[in-house]
Design a protein around this ligand. Structure first.
Ligand code: HEM
Length: 319
């Protein structure tokens, strides 16, 4: 190890961090693939980042990828229901790899999950500073123009920002508050090609925990993984796609199926992406061209993973 400078050049402590990040990445791959918990790891990281408000300049008041979601102050937002499970999965990694901040660990697990599910490799950087106490969480009602959840989006009306349409709601959340373009909104929404909703969590669908509550595509014997092997993690809920543990462009390609099949999800915020003319341009491209989706998704995911973050060293660490 020594003082080798190839990985961000900031001395002994830095190279120890790099080796822990690399080892942790390998451990996470095995863990996530074994548990089939890819989607919830992605959602945990997105909801840590998603408190970000570009109109607020100071860290950590501006929110973002700072690890605050691990504390009750943010975990208890209604929008975060169920995400304590994902945080719990990461506790053992935080203990084993003390050089890795919680803010980095959460984002690392998400990037690993995307890649493990068959999605693109994301050009991540690390070195995020994590907040250290509950008092540094942002407050649910702290975002101007939003009634709660620090401006995280709602899937259905009434929208917490008062927007009359889902398209306007998406632009209030992602553009006004977080600084994303229309193209980035559509690409990021494609993350719903994996994952599910549960009655007991968001309450956004009638499908819930267990075999009894499951949809046709989320029962224990359903095949959803990219390698066609069995295994769905926790049984239940409903998904946007039939192969909801595989990261591909099914969300775009098969949306008609999703909007017609009551065993699949298609929320007003999903529908806005192919009914609003500006969003639709990108939706149609991603439906036809998976490579274009992967390329744009990887860029937008990287941006999301860095929102509001404070890096030490300033330029971040590549692994
Ligand atoms: C566009 C606005 C968005 C809305 C309205 C929305 C809404 C939701 C809802 C209601 C759920 C179900 C939660 C539950 O019941 O457990 C969900 C799940 C999920 N969301 Fe989103 N979401 C949005 C954007 C995003 C983005 C930007 C990402 C990531 C880049 C993302 C990733 C996920 C994943 C992976 C799940 C599945 C979690 C699991 O299976 O446990 N979502 N979302």
């Amino acid at each position: 190890m020594g003082n080798a400078c190839s990985d961000g050049c900031f001395g002994m402590l830095g190279s120890k961090k790099v080796s822990q990040l690399r080892a942790c990445k390998q451990d996470l791959k095995k863990f996530i693939d074994g548990k089939n918990c890819h989607p919830i790891m992605v959602r945990l990281a997105w909801h840590d980042s998603g408190t970000y408000d570009q109109r607020i300049k100071n860290f950590p008041e501006r929110g973002g990828a700072n690890g605050a979601i691990r504390f009750a102050g943010e975990m208890n937002f209604g929008a975060n229901a169920g995400l304590d499970k994902a945080k719990g999965f990461l506790d053992e990694f935080a203990k084993k790899y003390p050089e890795i901040s919680w803010a980095d660990l959460i984002q690392l697990a998400s990037a690993v999950a995307i890649e493990c599910a068959g999605g693109p490799a994301i050009d991540m950087k690390y070195g995020r500073v994590a907040v250290t106490s509950d008092s540094e969480c942002v407050k649910s009602g702290s975002r101007e123009g939003f009634s709660g959840n620090a401006g995280l989006p709602d899937a259905k009306p009434p929208f917490g920002c008062g927007a009359p349409t889902a398209a306007q709601h998406l632009r209030n959340v992602f553009t006004k508050k977080m600084g994303f373009t229309d193209q980035e909104i559509v690409a990021l929404s494609g993350a719903h090609t994996i994952g599910r909703a549960f009655k007991e969590r968001s309450g956004a669908c009638p499908f819930g925990y267990g075999e009894q509550g499951a949809s046709k595509y989320t029962k224990s014997d359903c095949l959803a993984r990219k390698d066609g092997q069995k295994g769905v993690g926790m049984v239940g809920g409903a998904a946007w796609t039939k192969n909801w543990l595989t990261f591909d462009n099914s969300y775009f390609k098969d949306y008609k199926l999703a909007s017609e099949d009551e065993n699949l999800l298609w929320f007003p915020t999903d529908e806005a992406l192919h009914t609003d003319p500006e969003f639709k341009k990108y939706f149609d491209i991603y439906a036809k061209d998976q490579d274009a989706f992967f390329k744009d998704y990887a860029k937008a995911h990287k941006k999301l993973s860095e929102l509001g973050a404070k890096f030490e060293p300033e330029q971040g660490i590549k692994i």
